[in-house]
Ligand binder design. Sequence first.
Ligand code: PHE
Length: 444
Amino acid sequence: MTAAREHWGSRFGFVMAAAGSAVGIGNIWRFPYTTGTNGGGAFLLIYLAIIIGFGLSVAIAEMLVGRAAQRNPVGAFRTLGGGAWPLVGYGGVLTGFVILSFYIVVAGWTLAYVGFMASGSIHTTDAGQLSQVFSGFVADPVRPILYSGVFMALTAWIVVGGIAKGIERWNKILMPALFVILLALVLRAVTLDGAAAGLGFFLKPDFSKVTAETFYAAIAQAFFSLSIGMGTLLTYGSYLSRHEHLPKATLTVAMVDTSVAVLAGLMIMPAVFAFGFDPSAGPGLTFVTLPAVFASMPLGALFGVLFFTLLAIAALTSAVSILEPMVCYFVDEHCMSRRKVVIVAALVCFALGIPASLSFGIWSGVTIGGRNWFDLMDFLANNLMLPLGGLFTALFVGWAWKKATHELSNEGSLHLPWAPVWLFVLRFLAPLGILWIMASALLA
Ligand code: PHE
């Protein structure tokens, strides 16, 4: 059992922390390249439909469970549901390990790129050369692993320090800064010569490219980006006081998250086309195209350093939120010291990150079911664990937990005429949508 629980200092602070969790390399790195490999504008539309159609409702549901229980994911499902429901919480704790193991690898690249930008070593618009620098670096068996270790250590250091003061304060400063830099870079990218082709690709839907896989990719991306399905929102919600207007706060977070993803697309796609890169280049997209943009703008090196610093920070605020649920679980349920849990969890995640990093180099040929370790972790987390976590959260709040709407309305004090729609989404639309999308893609 927990002692008096710490709460967020202010509503703004909470929204920034939740937005800091949502906005991460999922938006700026994963979203643009996933859009690129899934046919551009059509993917964007499906993605938005999923966020509005059920992503938002599931996010509200997950946060609500945390707020009502004021506990970690396992404890929350145990107190409110009992029976087998805590399994959903355990699944979340496990998912945290899986996600962090590959998240820290990409986050480590962003740290390295801060250095590359500062040293001016990749100040060129030559697509071939930039691709070579990237693939050479990520294939290195040592350096990227060291960077992921540094990143893991930073994450652990913040989490050891506790929640409200550290996370909240950092997010309040860093998230607005991220927004400003992003806007400046979007302005530069859309005014590049030849930007129109990229904008067309990103915004014009080409439905001939849409398959069951497109939907699957969109749901995986939506859940990953909104941090749904592994107990992050639940845990952050558990530090929220009962009086907050939870739906409004969640809506704000979803809007910030989605805007940043769209802005990242607007920043990257024009550059991809203007400099002759391939939009379906995959994970390297951000790391090879943006340096070309920086090399073509005044004070580019400075913007480059700023951008990769902010990307690293966005990754950090997300990584903290991936680590926190498991830490919260071991501290709450097993009465372990926060420091000890953090150190052990961080070491485990770092170890799991080593094969993920080597997947881009000497272990690229080592595959399980056709996927190397990195792709396998990404696939397991995003395509299976998060959607299933979201599915069971929706089922729990929709069917099993009778007090859901009562809690949502702060015990009747908020007027929420749309609450029945929300409940309908959780009962039918979200579970059936998730199952249908997963089944049609997996059986295809
Ligand atoms: N939403 C984060 C991102 O887009 C990743 C994340 C996933 C964070 C799950 C917490 C939980 O980068």
